[in-house]
Design a binder for this molecule. Structure first.
Ligand code: SAH
Length: 376
């Protein structure tokens, strides 16, 4: 297949509108070829531990937001977290992802101690996803050995973002800016979006893709927005959707298009096939993600009784499977695709950029695949 090495705004928006199956097949193939040639056939597994569903924020899309009073709240004990870490190691995962609400009951020293313990006991990479914590906390945790930080910016449309993510402070805290700070502190950084937020348009998703490329993100998480009935957006969303001309759909297909375009525009990034994608289509979601650009899976190893309380959206895929069952399922899924489980921490790959390759005279096809496809 002949691969263009640039995409215009019109082309990207046309792909997002594309309905023709043959054409879409080309998009999937393009993303899959780039994924194979740049990051290879390994699927990296990150053991996800949802350590707390306490949250001080009022994000209008998220089921664990502070305003949801119908939820029983929990915070895991250190020993419970360490048991999950041991399990991740036993299953041969290279990374643990420690995620939670923005919970200031999690003290920075407590987290510091846990990170140090994980790093001294195991060779796992540690990824944190604990919201917009103060810089002091983030610096302390990085010094303790945490390697990566996930903080999706959800949408690059400022007006929409301010609507769905009310600020806690007098100034707007900018997640894109915070990702830059995290990179300066020394973390690998992960951003991402939800696809199909009520009020989100085609142009705003195009801008999200531009932001992924501009920021050269190490990890990019893209999942469909799933309405939660006990949230403001869960109740008002349908109306907003109807009133938004050019509303992006929150479907499996649209999410796959964004995943594929993300791989094409950011060939080196680690891109998960998300749980939300596996929730919207339980049979094929995660498989499609892996076939259309993704190279990471995040098996949930949170104890089952906590997992159902970490209800960011309803009926998360895998909510009833034990870690051993999930591990088996994912093993089969990966083998079924002719891929292999990643070894080691699976950090971000850095390949030389196009100009360096040009000067070394690599063959044309390689040049195009390894270099990024630029947005023009
Ligand atoms: N407190 C952390 C972790 C939040 S949960 C933080 O704010 O970064 C991780 C991700 O789940 C969020 O970034 C968001 O993209 C996604 N999420 C939350 N609610 C969702 C919903 N209703 N549908 C789909 N994804 C959702």
């Amino acid at each position: 297949m002949s691969l263009p090495n640039a995409l215009t705004r019109e082309e990207i928006i046309r792909w997002l509108h594309e309905k023709n199956e043959e054409k879409l097949h080309q998009l999937w193939q393009w993303a899959d070829e780039i994924r194979t040639s740049v990051v290879g056939d390994e699927v990296h597994l990150r053991g996800l531990i949802e350590i707390s569903n306490h949250c001080s924020r009022r994000c209008s899309y998220c089921g664990i937001n502070a305003g949801n009073t119908s939820l029983v709240r929990y915070r895991m004990e250190k020993q419970e977290i360490m048991d999950c870490v041991d399990m991740a190691q036993k299953f041969g995962y290279g990374t643990v992802v420690i995620q939670g609400g923005e919970d200031y009951g999690i003290k920075k020293e407590w987290m510091d101690d846990i990170i140090r313990d994980i790093k001294s006991r195991t060779d796992l990479a540690v990824t944190l996803s604990l919201g917009e914590r103060p810089i002091d906390d983030l610096e302390m945790w990085r010094a303790a050995g945490a390697n990566r930080y996930l903080l999706r910016f959800e949408t690059s449309d400022r007006t929409l973002y301010e609507k769905i993510h009310p600020s806690m402070k007098s100034t707007i805290f900018d997640r894109v800016e915070m990702l830059r700070t995290l990179r300066n502190i020394g973390y690998e950084i992960g951003g991402g979006i939800m696809v199909g937020i009520p009020g989100q348009t085609y142009v705003s998703v195009y801008n999200d893709l531009c932001t992924f490329q501009e920021m050269d993100l190490d990890m990019i998480g893209v999942g469909p927005y799933l309405p939660h009935p006990h949230t403001p957006l869960g109740t008002e969303g349908e109306e907003i959707r109807k009133q938004t001309p050019d509303q992006i759909a929150n479907t499996e297909l649209m999410t796959c298009k964004v995943v594929a375009l993300t791989r094409i525009l950011c060939p080196e990034a680690n891109i998960p096939s998300t749980t939300a994608l596996g929730t919207i289509d339980r049979q094929l979601g995660r498989v499609h993600g892996l076939q259309r650009g993704a190279n990471v899976l995040m098996p949930n190893i949170t104890p089952l009784h906590y997992r159902k309380l970490y209800e960011i959206y309803p009926e998360k895929a895998g909510n009833d499977s034990t870690p051993a069952e999930t591990d088996q399922l994912l093993k089969e899924l990966i083998a079924g695709l002719g891929r292999r489980r990643g070894k080691g921490p699976g950090g971000r790959l850095h390949t030389p950029h196009r100009s360096e390759e040009d000067s070394r005279g690599l063959p044309g096809i390689h040049k195009r695949m390894r270099g990024r496809t630029l947005i023009t």
